[in-house]
Design a protein around this ligand. Structure first.
Ligand code: ADP
Ligand code: MG
Length: 605
């Protein structure tokens, strides 16, 4: 039988599962653990160490041990300048290809290569566990991953010798694992608080049909931040006692970071624990130890500012889905950080109900991925998956206006077609500018790609029919094409790399757009007024050009003077003047009214 696996390729930990009959089963690694740290060590030569062993080397080999690579996969150097400061290894820019690379000192590796090492390892575990060669996998990614991040993840899998059956969003996978064989309909909130990120998604389950209604979160909020918070606390405490800063010693920092994580995890079950760091730092008198009791209450207080950041994305996702907390029937907790009691409390309070206790937050995503692999290969038939687009997608049209083709939160896969035309006579090409965002004014949105469609049939403006087609496949990859329906000229782009969409950015953008509805309305109003003025001007100009001998020369002079003023108004973009001069122009030419009709000149109202 052909085997396939499901992989949760996490920022911090990764998990692999397979399908036994219709049931997903997690495959343990060679150390017997069901999750494997997403850490890769390059000790030199061809050797590569992945997982627990690599994680332990973070202290001794901070520059050749790569963690949190998921933050960098498919990203451009400029996009991750801030994030790069948070890791100890060296990220460099490969100038030639505008790519991000990790400089190990003796060689450079790409984020895809690093991710491929993790995937290869997971594949190896599965191959030896199942005693067969495995070449197919479903891989999960965060819902907000953009096309470039998705493509890069796919590329990493291929490097690892895996054919990607499907890329699936993590919340969808979690809901799938929970909702398999549940034939009732319900609204599910997937609350995923992992090592590096927080994602919240609302899904609708209906008779084995899964639909992501909305998704939100914070890409810079995770267990790592909590560890850092404890680390800072310990650092300050050490400073108080020993008057030395551990930050001066890379290895001391790593040790404190590891201790911080351990303490945090202990406090998920214990009310109090001991921070114990023997020989953490030396001063003139020799090595010093640090020991201190640390209680859950202290911890909660310390991390509260981080916990508080969990709430706004929850509110936003419900607003987007058009729901209230009480609309949610089931809350699923995903990610290691949801084991923190305070986090559970916050979730329970927000949604007004206890989250499910019967799912394993570390494993549910990989299990869902295995199920999805079964669905995609036909082993499981009943389940259908639907995901959504986080922001609206469309193109720029004349006057800096954004024309939406795929509204935000549309289900994917999806396709949309709209017809456009030219703005000047004999226009031979059009510039297709693909954008993403929520503002009416094109330049206020994010530019994804642009291309020029050439070879448009020569004709007056407004005549050519240019069909623009957007299609987003099941993996969330966007294709945009433009076709001149007369000449058949066609051009297409697959958007390989674009500015990332962080979930907090999505929220911010939507909020901003909402706050700017008035501004947008005023803008659109001025666009319409400008268009009208331009139509009058173009019409009158054409009229003069074609009827010069039939018009009173004095009128021509008068009209041309007004046209000059109108053109000036266009140049400076003064809408009130445009309106005024267009009205005046119509006035000077009014007596030729009947003839105007042919030139599409209508009075200003
Ligand atoms: P990711 O999806 O980012 O790979 P995970 O879901 O594996 O991450 O979560 C990893 C995070 O969960 C780490 O920050 C880890 O410290 C934290 N974590 C794991 N177990 C616990 C626990 N018992 N209590 C608190 N945090 C935990
Ligand atoms: Mg995860």
């Amino acid at each position: 039988m052909e085997r396939f696996i499901g992989i949760d390729l996490g920022t911090t930990n990764s998990v692999v599962a397979f399908l036994e009959g219709q049931k997903p089963v997690v495959i343990p690694n060679t150390e017997g653990n069901r999750t494997t740290p997403s850490v890769v060590l390059y000790p030199g030569g061809d050797e590569v160490v992945v997982g627990e062993l690599a994680k332990r080397q973070l202290v001794i080999n901070p520059f050749s041990t790569i963690s949190s690579i998921k933050r960098f996969i498919g990203r451009r150097p400029a996009e991750v300048a801030e994030t790069a400061k948070q890791v100890q290894y060296h990220l460099v820019e490969d100038m030639e290809n505008e790519r991000l690379m990790i400089d190990l000192g003796w060689k450079k590796v790409s984020p895809e290569e690093v991710s491929a090492e993790i995937l290869k390892k997971l594949r190896d575990y599965a191959c030896s566990y199942l005693d067969t060669d495995i070449t197919q996998a479903v891989i999960t990614i965060p819902a907000y991953f953009n096309d470039s991040q998705r493509s890069a993840t796919k590329a990493a899998a291929e490097m690892a010798g895996l054919e990607v059956i499907r890329i699936v969003n993590e919340p969808t996978a979690a809901a799938l694992a929970y909702g398999q064989n549940k034939d009732k309909s319900e609204i599910v909130a997937v609350f995923d608080f992992g090592g590096g990120t927080f994602d919240i998604s609302i899904l609708e389950l209906d008779n084995n049909i899964f639909e992501v209604r909305a998704t939100n979160g914070d890409t810079y909020l995770g267990g790592d931040n909590i560890d850092n918070c404890i680390l800072e606390f310990i650092r300050e405490e050490i400073k108080k006692g020993i008057k030395k800063d551990i930050m001066e010693d890379v290895k001391a920092v790593q040790r404190v970071r590891e201790a911080s994580e351990k303490i945090k995890c202990e406090l998920s079950t214990l009310k109090s624990t001991t921070i114990s760091l023997p020989f953490i730092i030396s001063d003139e008198e020799g090595p010093k130890h640090f020991t201190r009791e640390f209680t859950r209450d202290e911890f909660n207080k310390l991390a509260m500012p981080l916990f508080e950041r969990l709430i706004p994305p929850c509110r936003a996702v419900l607003t987007d889905a058009g729901m209230t907390p009480s609309s949610v029937d089931t809350v699923l907790l995903v990610g290691g950080s949801t084991r923190i009691p305070k986090v559970r409390e916050i979730v329970t309070e927000f949604f007004g109900r206890e989250p499910r206790k019967d799912i394993n937050p570390d494993e549910v995503v990989a299990m869902g991925a295995a199920i999805q692999a079964g669905v995609a290969t036909g082993y499981i038939r009943e389940v259908l998956l639907l995901d959504v687009t986080p922001l609206s997608l469309g193109i720029e049209i004349a006057d800096d206006v954004f024309s939406v083709l795929v509204p935000r939160n549309s289900n994917i896969p999806t396709a949309a077609v709209k017809k456009f035309t030219t703005v000047v006579d004999n226009q031979k090409n059009v510039f297709v500018h693909v954008l993403q965002g929520e503002r009416k004014q094109a330049s206020q949105n994010r530019s994804l790609a642009h291309f020029r469609l050439t070879g448009i049939t020569t004709s007056p403006k407004d005549i050519p029919e240019i069909e623009v087609r957007f299609s987003i496949d099941a993996n969330g990859i966007l294709n945009v094409s433009a076709t001149d329906l007369t000449s058949g000229a066609r051009k297409e782009v697959k958007i390989e790399s674009y500015h990332p969409v962080k979930t907090e950015e999505v929220e911010q953008e939507v909020k901003e757009a909402e706050g700017k509805l008035d501004e947008d309305r005023i803008y659109m109003d001025s666009v319409r007024k400008g268009e009208k003025a331009k139509n009058i001007m173009d019409g009158v100009k054409k009229f003069i050009a074609e009827n010069e001998l039939d018009i009173d020369p004095a009128d021509i002079t008068a009209m041309q003077e007004v046209i000059e003023s109108l053109e000036e108004a266009f140049e400076v973009g003064d809408v009130a003047s445009m309106e005024e001069w267009a009205r005046a122009l119509y006035g000077t030419a009014e007596k030729y009214q009947e003839k105007f009709f042919k030139y599409n000149v209508k009075p200003w109202k």
